[in-house]
Design a protein around this ligand. Structure first.
Ligand code: IVH
Length: 701
């Protein structure tokens, strides 16, 4: 690098040069310099920046690795919901979709489709905003979250080499893009990186991750950016949207067609999948699908289908949405893939309600880019239906997002039958209590309410988002509270999306801080600080969340107690009907002759559910737990509708017009649940007016 330049010019030139080579290497796969040469230039930049720390900017290629562990992820609303897609599984369903699209548009109009590979990863939204020099800088990266609110994973996203930290003014100009925009796309873990990562995990004595998608999902949500940086995630862009600078258009498509969007992103330096193709008939779509199926095994990353999108955004707008998915796009899903392997053993896993699930331990088999070692066997009936024995060769199927499943026993000269019968245990594999199989039921259960295996599942369920919503109390923390180290447990983290695990290891040890759900509420900061990777901040944040959960309404607490057959709806119905836990317990006392059953009077509750509720409230252990939760922990258990967030506290909103993806009622509920207020009229107190299409006088005002 020419040294007559001033340090800032030298640094900038070097950065530009490194960005160029990163783009060649990570996005285009056509490196022009050796790795050693790249490292040399990067080291030179690092050295210059070390000499002039005042010149370090966040968009410098040296700043990809954040290094600092994060406390948790901040929830941030999406510019526009990140929706999912409807699926088609065969030609007929795809043709029917094509017909619906054509029927909804004037017959004179030409319809073009963009066919894209359906990458099997997780979606991400990247927000870019203009910098004073006319370039655009990555501001934020959000996961899909619940579709409406994502998690801010910016620090991790910055480590992904195919995500530009900065798009120069010249590239923006060439792409015809403003400095403020949003790119949505898919994060994937290439198969080679997946294999390498699993080799390392096995070498460290950790369980391998189940598939690249789970590994990618676990990685992007890891609190340590260093780990993310090592894992070599990749990002493929597939949507280009308006950014925050234009609040009216924010989150809408930036260009008139999807194919223009792909081209612009490519020009701007994003990795756009090279196979995307624009076609003008459904027959051509089918031809693309056939080609994609043959490509599937040689791509180096996983795909689970093809996404077909109407190209013109004007047509997309007219087609609109149904519930959760756009009418203008569809996912064609490939058939599940299968492989043959041997059943080595059967493990028995104890769930939250004590249900025993047989899990097949298989000789590792590579199916569609993933090493499968476990498959569900559901229950004793399923084993009988399959007629499977230990030692048998079995046909295993793996769909996109389902747990691997044994579909049949293979019987031929090459695959001799096994000889050992699968014997269901008579006692709980964890606590040794005699298992019970109720009349008319398939499942065996451990009825010991304090079985350690059940406790682990109960804690996870109790803390989960849809129950008490104690965010810091995830799987890893639960295991730690039961006295386990992170290493013992980190395989579960990586395989979080799978329901099947090996026999869980997280039984309470002598070091356990928690022996019952109620113990969560007696945890102290000092206790939490004894755990691995828990600092002042995260301990305080967890305690605050636990404290906040005390305000959860009765329905959530009922759901959290894990009464069999009591799901969300039943819990709500019970809370609405009885209003307090005492009245519910009272109504659940054994029926006296001739008296009307107070439980089955409630909508949705039949004799089976009523019996289960009665059972639960007649158990002294359960009653003692409730007493502790109420008296010691101070759970309010009020019947009031819902616990409120605080993000929008003190803000007043007025809603007007037709919102594109939400009913006004749903929008009101979201605002209120985040602590905001919704008013019908614009006044001095109004902070925001949320205007949809055909907004009226309220917007003018
Ligand atoms: S479009 C509303 N394009 O598939 C539009 N999605 O089944 C939804 N995916 O959540 C996204 N490749 O995570 C789109 N080329 C592609 C995709 C793709 C993979 C994923 C994405 C989405 C899911 C929907």
């Amino acid at each position: 690098m020419a040294s007559h330049l001033s340090p800032d010019k030298q640094i900038e030139a070097l950065r530009e040069d490194i960005r160029h080579h990163e783009h060649l290497y990570y996005v285009l796969d056509t490196p022009e310099i050796s790795d050693a040469e790249y490292d040399a230039r990067m080291n030179r930049l690092k050295a210059l920046e070390a000499e002039h720390p005042e010149l370090i900017t966040p968009d410098s290629p040296t700043q990809r690795v954040g290094g600092k562990p994060r406390d948790g992820f901040v929830k941030t609303p999406h510019s526009r919901p990140m929706l999912s897609l409807d699926n088609a599984y065969n030609e007929a369903e795809l043709r029917a979709w094509d017909q619906r699209v054509r029927d909804a548009l004037p017959s004179t109009e030409q319809v073009r489709y963009v066919c894209e590979l359906k990458l099997d990863g997780l979606s991400l939204a990247l927000h870019y905003e203009p910098a004073p020099d006319g370039s655009a800088h990555l501001q934020r990266g959000l996961t899909r979250g619940d579709g409406t609110i994502g998690e801010d994973v910016t620090t991790n996203v910055r480590t992904i080499r195919s995500v530009p930290l900065r798009v120069s003014a010249a590239k923006l100009k060439a792409a015809g893009m403003p400095g403020s925009f949003e790119v949505r796309g898919e994060v994937v873990l290439p198969q080679a990186a997946f294999v390498k990562m699993n080799e390392q995990r096995v070498a460290q004595g950790l369980a391998p991750a189940v598939n690249p998608r789970n590994a990618a999902a676990g990685t992007i949500r890891t609190l340590e950016p260093n780990i993310v940086a090592q894992r070599r995630l990749d990002f493929y862009a597939y949507f280009l949207l308006h950014g925050a600078s234009d609040p009216d258009k924010r989150g809408e498509f930036l260009l008139p067609t999807q194919s223009d969007g792909l081209e612009a992103m490519r020009t701007a330096g994003f990795r756009v999948n090279a196979h995307a193709t624009t076609v003008d008939s459904i027959d051509q779509v089918l031809a693309f699908i056939a080609k994609a199926e043959t490509l599937r095994n040689s791509l180096g990353y996983e795909i689970d289908g093809v996404v077909i999108k109407v190209d013109a955004t004007a047509q997309q707008r007219r087609l609109g949405f149904t519930g959760k998915a756009p009418r203008w796009a569809i996912a064609y899903k490939f058939a599940a893939r299968a492989g043959i392997t041997q059943l080595e053993r059967v493990l028995f896993q104890v769930g939250r309600t004590g249900k025993l699930t047989p899990v097949a331990a298989l000789a590792p088999v590579f199916i569609g880019g993933t090493t499968v070692t476990r498959a569900t066997l559901h229950n004793a009936d399923e084993i009988g239906r399959l007629g499977v024995r230990i030692g048998d060769f079995v046909q295993v199927e793996r769909g996109g997002d389902v747990i691997p499943k044994i579909i049949s026993v293979v019987e031929d000269a090459k695959h001799p039958r096994g000889t050992e019968e699968i014997i269901f245990p008579t006692h709980c594999p964890r606590c040794k209590t005699l298992l019970v199989r109720e009349e008319g039921e398939v499942d065996y259960r451990c009825v010991n309410a304090s079985c350690p295996a059940r406790l682990e599942e109960e804690l996870r369920h109790f803390a989960s988002r849809s129950v008490m919503n104690i965010e810091g109390l995830g799987e890893v923390m639960v295991a730690q509270l039961l006295g386990h180290t992170i290493a013992e447990q980190s395989d579960a983290e990586l395989n979080a999306a799978e329901d099947v695990e090996a026999e869980s290891e997280a039984a309470p040890t002598p070091k356990a801080l928690v022996h019952s759900i109620a113990d969560i509420y007696t945890l102290t900061k000092d206790q939490l600080l004894t755990l691995e990777r828990v600092g002042e901040k995260s301990a305080e944040s967890l305690l605050a969340q636990i404290e906040n959960s005390k305000k959860a309404p009765l329905s959530r607490v009922l759901l959290g107690l894990g009464i069999r057959h009591v799901g969300e709806r039943t819990a709500q119905a019970l809370a609405d009907e009885f209003g307090s836990i005492e009245d519910l317990i009272d109504a659940s006392r054994p029926e006296t002759e001739g008296e009307e059953d107070k439980l089955t009077r409630v909508n949705d509750i039949g004799p089976k559910v009523a019996a289960s509720i009665r059972d639960f409230f007649s158990n002294p252990t359960n009653l003692a737990l409730i007493k502790r939760l109420k008296e010691e922990a101070g759970l309010t258990m009020s019947a009031e509708k819902r616990a409120r967030g605080t993000t929008l506290e003190g803000l007043t909103f007025v809603l007007t017009g037709t919102l594109p993806t939400l009913t006004r009622e749903a929008a009101k509920e979201m605002i209120e649940s985040a602590g905001g207020r919704v008013s019908g009229t614009v006044s001095k107190k109004t902070n925001y007016v949320v205007a949809g299409e055909e907004a009226g006088s309220k917007l003018d005002k």
